[in-house]
Design a protein around this ligand. Sequence first.
Ligand code: FES
Ligand SMILES: [Fe+2]
Length: 373
Amino acid sequence: MAKSLTDTYDSSRVVLPPTENGIARGLSRAAYIDDDFLKMEYERVFARNWTFAGFAHEIPHPGDAMPVQVAGQPLLLVRNTANKIGAFHNVCRHRGHAIITAPCRGLKSLVCPYHAWTYDLDGNLKRTPHFGGYAKHSVDGFSLEDHGLKPVRNGVWHDWIFVDLAGEAPALDKYLTPITSRVEDLDFGNLKPLVKLDLGVVQANWKFLIENFVEPYHVPIVHRQSAAGQPLAEHYMIVDDHCIGCGIDVAEPCEDGSRDVLDMSTRYFVLFPNFVFGWYLPNQLGVHLNVPLAPDRTQQWRVIYHIGKQTPNAEYVKRLSELWQRVHREDHEIVEGLQRARASSVLEDGGLLSPYWETSVRQFHKLVIDALA
Ligand code: FES
Ligand SMILES: [Fe+2]
C-alpha cells in the first residue's frame, strides 16, 4: 500500500491532483489505515522534525522524570540537578529494559529495574552491579563512559518539551517563529496550568485530529451549541509554511466568566507535525498532546492554562473542564466516523477540500507528503 501511495503522490510533490474545478483532494485512504504508512511517518515525519513530547510542569523538580513515546519509540524526560530537562532513549544499555515505566519524583539516579544498572540524571552510566561476577562490578576494557543512556536532542518553550530524534531539525526558535510572531501580546510570564484532561484513546488516525483542529468549517455543525459564540463567517485561515490553523475575532465576547460555550476570539495553531496550540483570548490557552499508537488509534491529552496573576477558583476550572470534555467528545465522534469510513474504496480519491476553509488541511497534507518524499 505504502508503495502505491508514493507512486501516486510523488510526481507533483503535492497531494492528489485537484479536480477539474481546481478543488483539492485529500490524502487517500491508505494514509489513514496502513501500518506501513504510519511506520514511514514515524521515521520521516516524527523522527526528523521537532516533535512535541510532553509538559514541563509534570516534572517540576530535579529528579522528576516521565516516560513518553515519540515516533513509536520509548523515551524518558528527566530534570537534572541543575534544573535542566534532558531527553533520553528509555532503554537500558545492558539488555534494553525500560529505565522508567511510570512518572517518578525526586530520583537521585535512574536505576534499571532489571539488574540495577544505574545512571545519573544526565544519563551517565555510574554502576553495573556484579557485571563481572559476584561483587565484581566492572569488566576489564568495559568503560562506563561509553555506555550512558542515548541522549535525544530536546528543547523547551515555556511548558512544552520538544524532541528532535534525528538531531537535524533547524533551531527550535526558528521552528517556533510562526507562533511566537503571532502571540507577542500573550503574557507567558503569568501562565499557569490549571488541569490536564486525559481524553483517552481516540479510535482514529492522528492526522484526522490535526485536520479537524485546523479547519473551522465543521464548527457550526459539530459544535453548534458548545461553540455557539464562534460563527463560521468570522473565521479566517492561517497557512504559513509549517504552521497551519485558523482564527476568529469575536466582536462581542461574553465577559462574565461563564464559559459554558466558546464565545471568545481565538487563534488555533498547529506546528507540524503535532504541536496543537489554541489561544482563547485574552486569558486561556489549550495545548494538546496527540500520540499515535496505531493507524487507527491516537492517545490524546489537553492541558488548559490560565494567563493572569490570579488562579481561577475550582468551580471555574470544573466548568471549563466540562466544556472542553464536551467539545473533544464532539470532535472524537466525528474523527472516529471518518476513520470507520476509510474502509471504503470510494475514499481512494481522498475526498474533496474546500478551497477556502480547508486550505490548512491541504497544507498539512503537503507537509506530510513532503516529509515522506
Ligand atoms: S537490562 Fe537494565 S540492568 Fe539489565
Ligand atoms: Fe471541532
